[in-house]
Every structure is written in C-alpha cells, then in structure tokens.
Design a protein around this ligand. Structure first.
Ligand code: PHE
Length: 495
C-alpha cells in the first residue's frame, strides 16, 4: 500500500502507537501540523480504507470578558474581604465603598459577601459596618476560574459541577460546543505495509537507500496543471518552419527572390499576356518611385518579346499584337512566388533542379476574413529529364500527407504559364467540403524555351495561410496577423 505523503504515514504510525481513537487536535499537537493538513491527509487515508472517520460533540468552558477580568483581579467579594480584614475585620460601610478600587463592582461584592456568608452588615454605634471574621477558604467557583484561566480548558467531567454552574449563573463563563473529528484505524490500517508514494526518484532517495521503502508513483500525464505560457514562436513562423522541414526532407533546396520585382519576371517571363486582368492596378501593387527598372539580359528580353508576339521558336502562335518593354519594366510587389522559380531556372538550366520557396507575396485585395493583401506562398519546381504530371501529383500528395492531409484530389485548371494545369484540392472534414489549395502544372514551352530550358519543369504554388487555417481550425485569416496575445497563448502547438 502506498501513501501519497509522509504525513499520511505519520498519522498511521501515530494511531498504531496510541492504539486508540485520536482526535484531529490530538494529532495536530502530536505531529506539529495544521488542522487542515491533517484533514486532507485523513480524507486520503479514508479513501484508501485505512482509517475510519467519526465525529463527537464536546463541550468546553470559556471565560466571558467579565470572567477574564475577575480571574485576573480576583472575585469582587474576595477583594472586599481583603479590605475589611486589613482594617481588623470591621469597617464602616461608607469607608469600604470609598476604599473599594472598582466602584461598579462594589454592590456586587457586597451582595456575594452576604450570599456566601463571608461577612455581615452590622450597626455599630448607629453606623453600618461590614464585619468579616476570618479569610474564607478558596471557593469552588474561584478554583475553577483560576484553573480555566491558567490551563485554558476543563476536563469533560468537571463541567457539570456546582462551581461551574455558579460561574455560568454569574455570567463569568459559558459552555461552548465543538464537534471534534475522530480518527481510528481500520483493520487494513492496522496491518498494511506502509510505503510512501513518490513521484520523483531523487539522488537523496538513492543515496540514503530510502528508495527501497518508497513506491514510485506512476506519473499522471492527464492531471490538471496550472497553464503555463512560455515564450514561443508565432504559429505562422512555426508552420513555415515545418513546411521548410518537409521540403528539405523530400530533397528540395530553398531558394529566395526579390520582393520587389519587375513585371518582366512576375508576368512576362511567365507568358502572362500584357492585357491579362491580373496585371491591372486593382489587382497588383505597382511601385511609384522608382516605378521601373532596366532589363539587362537583352537576349532573354528579345526572346520573351517574340514569344509573346508570335510564339518565336516555341511552336506557339503567341498572344499576337505588340509586346511593350515599358510595361515589362514596371516594378511591382511580386504577386506570387512563381517569379522566384523562373528567375532560378534562368540561372540553372541543367537538370536536375528541385527547389522550393516559402515567402511573402502581395495582392491589392480588400482585407477580410478570407483574404489579406500580404500573405505567404509555398512554391516549388522540379526540372529533370522525363518528369511527368504523375510525378507532380505524387510529390504534392506526399507533401500534403506529411502535413496530415490525406484526402487530396487534382482538378483541371488554367494558368497562362502551364499546360496541363491543375489545382490540388483537399477535403476538410470539419467544413464538409473540398478546399482549393494550390495551382500547378508543367511550364509551357513559351516559358521554358526563352530561358533555354530543355527538360520538363513541374511547378506548383499556393497560399500558406489557408493551410494553416485548416490546421488551426480558424475561420478568420486576420487572426494570424493581429498579435492577439490571448489567442497566441492558447493556440495549440501540437494538433
Ligand atoms: N502562381 C500561381 C498562383 O499564385 C500558382 C501556380 C504556380 C500555378 C506554379 C501553376 C504553377 O496561384
């Protein structure tokens, strides 16, 4: 049998030694602990079936304030007797009143003097005198009063005596009732082997050999504890780290690109026509100062221009019309991270390429529960000999699986820079619907040829916040950027 605490053990040992029922107050004074600790240890012992609890009403005498006063100074009649005896046993009544130190009690003193037959009033030469023959012995009431005041209590059997009744009638003491709690051993309590339960094996326990006598308590991981709010990463930062780790595990390398980007890289190199709605001011943030940048790779600019106008050598007919270099020179806050991928391809034409980026993008959107003007995208490309759409689906499925999303589908879609194009959608059981997560496809020759890329490039990109919302079960995207401390503290790290 193991015990929660040393106190429980001590109580049991005390009861065994005493071999009788003990009251809480007896236990408290023997062990030098508070009544509340005895109470909680006892209730734990009771639950283990080691002790029996009962209670008994006991009576106690207590001094009233007046009783307290007289126990200090003596009963009024005793003080009066003293004055009379000092004067040789006779004193005129008026003189006694004069001499009596506690005026309010003089009449009381005189009354009790006569009642107790300690003296009498006699007229001597026509003057009333108090006459006392000798010092009367200590009365029962007096001895009880001094006992109560010196030892603080009276034995139960002394409570119903004449002296106590007298003091009660005079209002010097009163009887108080108190429920005493009593503890006695059960059969189990008498016989079990006693062991203390400890939750931690300390060096002291090992050194002293005490570990042999304790029982190691299983750690209750479900017990309630005080909430703790240590410093931590923002859930968004945490999630970005996790995404990075997953891609790295899958053999990808992280790449970075500029946040301020030319339209050339953000749109034109991606074969997005110059009159595409995404390029309009209401969708894209254009820089006003500086508003444009020179395009230095003249050959590449030429090839892209031709591709847009008539398809160049890509086998495409292009978009037709005139391609404007001025429009391509304009600076924007990048609207997606796909420009990071194409920039990288322009510099790395040899297979294999397996890179990803997780970074910020900007769109001129009205901020609401479902959209932000600044958010993150997860982007990646794989360029290698003979890679196919199946590889792309496989990689993405694996990525989502690592994030805990099992149910993924791919639906046909359209992007100006990929053919074929798809969207990945995941099933969100809480919402009971499919959610679009990410766009993808194989870069068109209109994108790869001008860059000098000979092999297929699998590409994908999509919002990061949406994924995180799914994971955290939040419905308002803005909470991720509000720095609401209450939410940040409570949001779970492990889901
Ligand atoms: N850039 C697209 C977007 O922002 C996603 C995408 C990336 C689509 C790569 C196809 C290929 O939604």
């Amino acid at each position: 049998m193991s015990l929660e605490s040393r106190l429980e053990l001590e109580i049991l040992e005390l009861l065994r030694k005493a071999n009788r029922t003990l009251s809480f107050s007896e236990i408290c004074s023997s062990l030098g602990v508070s009544e509340s600790s005895v109470a909680s240890a006892s209730s734990s012992l009771f639950q283990k079936g080691l002790i029996e609890l009962s209670s008994k009403v006991t009576r106690h005498v207590q001094l009233t304030p007046e009783g307290e006063y007289h126990s200090k100074h003596g009963l009024p009649e005793r003080r009066l007797v003293k004055i009379v005896l000092e004067k040789g046993g006779k004193i005129p009544l008026d003189e006694a009143r004069e001499k009596y130190p506690d005026k309010p009690f003089f009449t009381i003193a005189l009354g009790w003097l006569r009642k107790k037959n300690w003296g009498l009033i006699q007229s001597l030469n026509g003057v009333p005198h108090i006459v006392v023959e000798k010092e009367p012995p200590e009365g029962l009431d007096e001895s009880i009063l001094s006992k109560v005041s010196s030892q603080g209590f009276l034995e139960q059997n002394a409570l119903d005596t004449e002296g106590v009744r007298l003091l009660i009638n005079r209002g010097l003491v009163k009887i108080m009732e108190r429920a005493e709690r009593l503890v006695s051993l059960t059969e189990a309590g008498r016989t079990v082997e006693l062991k203390i339960a400890v939750t931690q094996l300390t060096p002291e326990l090992i050194r002293s050999g005490e570990w042999r006598r304790v029982e190691l308590k299983p750690y209750d991981v479900k017990a309630d504890v005080e909430p703790l709010y240590p410093g931590r990463l923002h859930p968004l930062t945490e999630f970005i780290k996790e995404v990075r780790e997953i891609f790295t595990e899958m053999g990808f390398t992280e790449i970075k690109g500029p946040i301020i980007e030319s339209c050339f890289w953000n749109f034109d190199a991606l074969f997005t026509p110059q009159d595409h709605p995404a390029r309009e001011m209401q969708d894209t943030f254009y820089l006003s100062n500086p508003s444009s940048i020179e395009l230095n790779d003249r050959e590449l600019v030429e090839r892209v221009k031709k591709t847009h106008e008539d398809g160049w050598e890509t086998g495409s007919t292009g978009w037709g019309g005139k391609w404007s270099e001025d429009a391509a020179k304009k600076l924007v806050l990048r609207t997606h991270t796909t420009c990071v991928s194409v920039r990288y391809l322009a510099e790395h034409k040899d297979p294999p390429v397996k890179v990803f980026s997780v970074d910020r993008v900007f769109r001129n959107e009205r901020i609401s529960f479902k959209s932000l003007a600044e958010f993150h995208q997860i982007e990646g490309i794989i360029m290698d000999e003979g890679v196919t759409l199946r590889d792309l689906k496989g990689v993405l499925t694996q990525f989502y699986k690592k994030l805990g999303l099992e149910k993924v589908q791919f639906w046909p879609s359209y992007f100006p820079y990929t053919e074929p194009s798809m969207n990945s959608v995941v099933y969100v059981p809480q919402a009971g619907r499919w959610l679009e997560l990410c766009g993808m496809g194989i870069f068109r020759p209109e994108v790869t040829k001008p860059l000098g890329i000979e092999h297929p490039v699998l590409a994908w990109g999509g919002g990061l916040e949406r994924l995180l919302m799914l994971r955290l079960g939040i419905t308002d995207i803005r909470i991720l950027y509000q720095n609401d401390l209450g939410w940040l503290r409570r949001v779970k790290t492990c889901l």
